[in-house]
Every structure is written in C-alpha cells, then in structure tokens.
Design a protein around this ligand. Sequence first.
Ligand code: MG
Length: 165
Amino acid sequence: MPEGFRVGLGHDTHRLVAGKPLILGGVTIPHDLGLAGHSDADIVLHALTDALLGAAGLGDIGELFPDTDSRWAGAASQIFVREAVRLLAASDWRVGNVDVIIHAEKPKLSTHKLAIRDQVAILLEIQPDRVNIKAKTGEKVGPVGRGEAMECHVVALIESKKNTA
Ligand code: MG
C-alpha cells in the first residue's frame, strides 16, 4: 500500500481547426474553431490524465490509449480520466487537488472556468474547491499566441488512502 503524497505533471497541445467543436474539460465552448485530434482532442482532460498517471507512476495516456487504436477515435476524453482515477484507486491512491492552466489566445475563457472546474471535479470525484482552473493567452507569440493551437498544463497531487482525510 502506498504512503504519503505524490505529484504529477501533465501537458498537451492540439491544433485549432475549423469544423470541430471546442471541448475543454468536458465543456463545449462556443467558438469558430475547435481542436483537432484522434479523440475529442480535449487538452484539459488529456493533460489531467497524464498528470494523474504520472503521479502514480503508471506511465502516460499514449500507452493506455494509443491513437493507433480505432476504439479511441472520436472518444469522449472523460473515458481517459475515469480510467486513470480507477487505476489510481486500485493502487490505493486518491486525488488530493489539481491545478490547471489552459493556454488559449481566443476565446476568453473567464466565463467558462467555473463550468470546467465543476466538470473536472465530478470526473475526479472530489470537491470543486480541490480543482483550480487558470487561463492565459500566448501574448500573440508562438503557436498559442498566433491562434494555431491551444495547450494545457496540469499539476496533480495524489495522496495515499492511508492518510487521514
Ligand atoms: Mg491530446
């Protein structure tokens, strides 16, 4: 049985294209562009999955859900997070808190952050105050700043179920 706390870092990038919905943290955001990818390209849930797997020493999202596997084509990324949470629980870990940075030039995400927070909290089966969502622009430089892509960073703390709550 594991003891103490572990921390994991996740990152993801997807290109912005026309004709795709923009889904961040499981929330569909009105915008004229969406993210391209094999699954639903939800950078928040992909980075979150990697942060959780990394914290528990369980590898990465690409190992668990290869994009060469047609089962994951167009998949809702909630599947990936739920599977990571299940694997953590099987190893006697629970999620402590997560901190998320979404890098996006447009649209403004300030009015969507709470909806994303609540959706992520439901997926992780934790209270919303254990989830923090931040959004930053790319200051008009780089792939994010030019509006070509969005990126996400997530840090996750997990704790042993042996710890008192
Ligand atoms: Mg991805």
